[in-house]
Design a protein around this ligand. Structure first.
Ligand SMILES: NC(=O)c1ccc[n+]([C@@H]2O[C@H](COP(=O)([O-])OP(=O)(O)OC[C@H]3O[C@@H](n4cnc5c(N)ncnc54)[C@H](OP(=O)(O)O)[C@@H]3O)[C@@H](O)[C@H]2O)c1
Length: 276
């Protein structure tokens, strides 16, 4: 989802972008294959590397913990070290899956972290490995957008359900500050131009429940919410963090502008849906 949009947006600005994934990329390799990864860097001699690769399905991380480490954590250490040795700016895309039990609190970059599952543990380890390089940036975020193929994204699922008025449960006790991949890419580019290092939250300036997000999405797309039943999370099976809100003051002070509100996020999704 994010890699596709970053490629499209950064290319549209005239940058020479090279994509790496297992399929449909310029280099079709597995990121856990260090030799092939370094070979690709040696061929391309990049100025900047942005790592958007991850196993994002929480259950898959629990089922194969070793693979989750080999994809979500270890490559960040390999890339970070390579970038340090070769004077390349490194951006590691991280997560907000670190906070729970405090509802719609906005968490700042140095708030206490709770590592409730393997996804969170592997992403946090990736942050630590990244920051062994003093010239690296870790972005904590929660992104929404369209993938257009393979499994539906959260937004694709929500819009499909709203359009056919299929009954859905919408969580009123699960909070995020999700930002659309379009605004995310634009703001990340502003950061990259200044090359800060350390950890920055890049998210909507507001924290909202999944229920509120779906209601705003429906409003932006002119769809009815009559099929939506507000409900509470059943967190019995897998321990999920539920208070993922991020505080965006640090990045706003750095860049000198406000990050998007929820309405701006859902309107941006609508605008790009129409453009495509
Ligand atoms: N989506 C969210 O809600 C969310 C929230 C917070 C943070 N994030 C973070 O944002 C980043 C991007 O997430 P996304 O939603 O764009 O995920 P996504 O759509 O699932 O994309 C993940 C990418 O990783 C590649 N990949 C997976 N395993 C690989 C491997 N072994 N070797 C090489 N490439 C591999 C996939 O391509 P192939 O399958 O073709 O290899 C795909 O291009 C991730 O770091 C994620 O942790 C996402």
């Amino acid at each position: 989802m994010l890699g596709q949009e970053l490629t499209r947006y950064l290319s549209s600005l005239g940058n020479d972008i090279v994509g790496v994934a297992r399929t449909n990329a310029d280099y079709n390799i597995d990121i856990s294959d260090d030799e092939k990864l370094i070979e690709c860097f040696e061929m391309e001699k990049p100025d900047i590397i942005i790592n958007t690769v991850a196993i994002v399905n929480l259950n898959n991380c629990e089922i194969d913990k070793c693979k989750a480490y080999l994809v979500n954590s270890r490559p960040a250490g390999i890339i970070s070290n390579y970038c340090h040795e070769n004077d390349i700016y490194f951006v590691q895309i991280s997560t907000d899956h670190y906070y729970t039990g405090d509802n719609d609190k906005k968490h700042s970059e140095n708030d206490t972290i709770h590592l409730l599952n393997e996804y969170a543990r592997t992403k946090y380890l990736a942050e630590m490995l990244t920051l062994t390089n003093p010239n690296a940036l870790v972005i904590r975020t929660n992104i929404v957008g369209f993938r257009g193929w393979e499994n539906d994204t959260f937004v694709e699922w929500a819009l499909n359900s709203l359009k056919v008025e299929e009954p859905i449960n919408v969580f009123e006790d699960y909070y995020t500050s999700s930002i659309d991949v379009y605004n995310f890419s634009r703001i990340l580019w502003d950061l990259i131009n200044n090359k800060p290092n350390g950890i920055y939250n890049l998210a909507s300036s507001e924290v909202f429940s999944k229920k509120k997000f779906i209601f705003y999405l429906a409003y932006s797309f002119n769809l009815s919410t009559s099929n939506c039943t507000p409900t509470r999370m059943n967190n019995d099976e897998l321990r999920r963090a539920t208070s993922l809100g991020l505080n965006t003051e640090k990045i706003e002070n750095y860049l000198g502008y406000k990050l998007p509100t929820l309405k701006e996020v859902t309107d941006s999704l609508k605008k790009h849906c129409e453009d495509d």
